[in-house]
Design a protein around this ligand. Structure first.
Ligand SMILES: [Zn+2]
Length: 243
């Protein structure tokens, strides 16, 4: 993408698509066109002193292996949350780690309500989901106080992809998994973009942890391609199910 825009608050050049997201960041979103805007001398100096390479070294100093770094082909929700995690929450800076910051993706257990599409009537209902690092499972419960999960999903069989159009929500996430040699799908969303992307990266974090244990000799670079990516896997049956 041609970087025809500049963030004067961050000192980086960005493309048109990213400029719209940057503009919405309350504290760091001062964006100008490289060719059309009037630049102050101090801003030009600031851009020259910083620039993409320097800022990348600062803001992407410690991106976890499992964190999904979106490309321009990915949907809005993933790109926006990446930019927010990177520049607004500064999650991948040395300072974040040094000041005791904890990433929300790395927890022994993640629990929360997600809207899940019903199998029969296609209606979305709030369901409790629990992701366990130790046993590498994602479970969901139909009743809030139920002890027995409706489904126990092994994270190593999960492929999760954002499907906003199919699900009819900008934060729509499709989870495909295997059970008893069958491919199954669940369709989810959360009102909060941050929540749904946090779930997505948390699943990847647990998958990564699971594979580290399963393949102790493998390097991070070897394991990374085996994490769920944001596209439908080949060989996975594409079923939309009843709506
Ligand atoms: Zn861009």
């Amino acid at each position: 993408m041609d970087p025809e825009w500049g963030s004067c608050s961050l000192g980086v050049f960005i493309c048109l698509g990213c400029s719209g997201i940057h503009r919405n960041l309350p504290n760091v979103g001062k964006v100008k066109s490289v060719t059309l805007s009037r630049w102050e001398d101090s801003e030009v100096k600031f851009m020259a002193e910083n620039g993409n390479k320097t800022m990348k070294a600062k803001y992407e100093a410690v991106v976890p292996v499992y964190y999904y770094k979106p490309s321009h082909k990915d949907c809005q929700v993933l790109r926006e949350q990446w930019i927010r995690a990177k520049y607004e929450r500064k999650e991948f800076t040395e300072e974040f780690v040094e000041t005791g910051g904890k990433l929300p993706y790395e927890q022994e257990m993640r629990e929360g309500q997600l809207m899940k599409r019903g199998r029969d009537n296609g209606q979305f209902l709030s369901r409790r989901f629990v992701l366990f690092e130790r046993d590498g499972t994602l479970k969901y419960y139909t009743k809030h106080d139920s002890k027995v999960p409706k489904a126990v999903i092994k994270v190593d069989t999960i492929n999760a992809t954002f499907q906003p159009e199919k699900i009819g929500n900008p934060n729509g996430l499709q989870i495909t998994y295997r059970k008893d040699y069958c491919t199954r799908n669940i369709f989810l969303y959360h009102e909060s973009s941050k929540e749904i992307v946090d779930w997505f990266n948390s699943v990847r974090a647990v998958q990564f942890h699971y594979m580290k244990v399963a393949f102790p000799g493998a390097s991070d670079a070897e394991l990374k391609p085996r994490l769920t990516r944001n596209f439908l896997k080949e060989g996975y049956m594409e079923k939309t199910g009843p709506r």
